[in-house]
Structures are given as C-alpha cells and as structure tokens.
Design a protein around this ligand. Structure first.
Ligand code: BG6
Ligand code: MG
Length: 212
C-alpha cells in the first residue's frame, strides 16, 4: 500500500451535494435580485460559506454590512439544511462504499477533510456517522482551502505525516490546498485534469489502482 492514510473531501467526492448548494444559493440570489447560474455555482466548489457569499455579491450593485452578510449566509444555510433532509443512505453509492471498505481492509486509515460545517449532519444522513477514523471540517479550522489547514488537521488526527497521506479532491482550491500541505493528491470530477495532482481519477474506484 502506497499510503498509510487517505483524506477525502466530502462534497463532490463522497457525495453529491452541489445541486443542493446551488438551489439554496439561487433562492438567496433571486430574492436579492442578483444573477446566479450553475456556471457561477462551479466557482463555489470547495470555497467556504462566507467566501462563497462574497463571490455571489460581486454581481450586486449594493454594499452590505457584515451583519447583513451573516444573516444572508444563515438564510442560505437554513434552505440548504432543509434540502439535505432529502439525503438518505441510498445516496451513498455502492462504488464509494465498497472502495472505502477495500482501502480500509488494506490497512489504510480513512479521514474526511471538508470545508463544510454541515459535515457531521451529511455523514449521519449517509450512514457514515461513525465510519471515518478522523473528521476535520469547517467547524475546526480558521483558514479555508486553498489553505491546507483542514488537511493538516485531518492528518494530525490520524497521527500521520502529510508525506504518507493522500488527499482526494474534486475542487481546484482543494488540490492547491493538498499540495501546499505537502500531500499527494488524487483529483476527480471537476478537478480531474488539474496538473498539480499526482493521480487523475475517472471514477472513485480508480483509487484502488492509484494507491497500490
Ligand atoms: C464545500 C463545498 O465542501 O463546503 C462548498 O464544496 C461549500 O460549496 C463549503 O460552500 C462550505 O459548506 P457549508 O456546508 O459549511 O456551507
Ligand atoms: Mg468538493
């Protein structure tokens, strides 16, 4: 086994929550009269909630106070949390679960490294509430990706150095964060062809080959 630990991003890697993020941001943007489409939503991949809001407000001609911005972020999150109730254990694909099980059976420690403050809730909905050996998320970091803090925290919780861990990411900001932290990275989905990644995964189960 090439790595002792694997740190997974959550949204877009373990599960698909992008559309729920989109619907929740879209509801807020519509209410504020700000243009926002699925292409704009792609820019928010891996980006923290407040940083995402700032990107959306780039297209607004009004300026808002910090208090107003915090209320907007809460409004978006309330809509998002409602939508997350639709997630069930059926949303965890067989491919993802079986790949995780095989990696673990090979002696690899498994962790989550996500920007999302909703990580515990999403893992619970997917039936993975107590599955991972460590969970580092938006609740325990002060710097968001592309800062490596969340991955360094996950490695520390696993008791491993970045040099022996692999990060799996679907966001360019996440690939950048992994490399900045001294990790090798496997890129999938939107970030698949990112040249900074060591492995380029067409599908999640390609990880079994990449980690041999
Ligand atoms: C990341 C998502 O995983 O989490 C981003 O890719 C999201 O789109 C970020 O903004 C923060 O999520 P949350 O759930 O804390 O608002
Ligand atoms: Mg992601």
């Amino acid at each position: 086994m090439r790595y002792q630990g694997i740190i997974f991003d959550l949204d877009g890697v373990i599960c698909t929550t992008d559309h729920y993020h989109y619907l929740a941001w879209k509801a807020l943007a519509d209410r504020l009269g700000i243009p926002f489409n699925e292409k704009d939503n792609n820019r928010l991949r891996g980006v923290s909630r407040m940083a995402s809001l700032e990107i959306i407000l780039e297209k607004s001609d009004k300026t808002y106070t910090q208090e107003e911005k915090e209320a907007m972020a809460t409004e978006k999150n309330d809509t998002y949390r409602q939508l997350l109730h639709q997630i069930t254990t059926a949303d965890l694909s067989q491919e993802v679960k079986s790949t995780l099980d095989q990696l673990r059976a090979q002696g690899c420690k498994l962790a989550i490294g996500s920007a999302s403050k909703n990580t515990p809730f999403i893992l619970e909905r997917l039936g993975l509430g107590s599955y991972f050996d460590a969970v580092a998320d938006g609740n325990c970091v002060t710097h968001s990706k592309p800062d490596p803090e969340v991955f360094l925290k996950a490695a520390e919780m696993l008791g491993l150095s970045p040099a022996v861990c692999l990060v799996v990411e679907d966001a360019h900001a996440g690939v950048e964060a992994a490399v900045a932290g001294g990790f090798e990275c496997a890129a999938i989905g939107d970030a698949k062809d990112d040249p900074r990644a060591t492995h380029h995964l067409s599908t999640f189960s390609d990880l079994l080959q990449a980690t041999k």
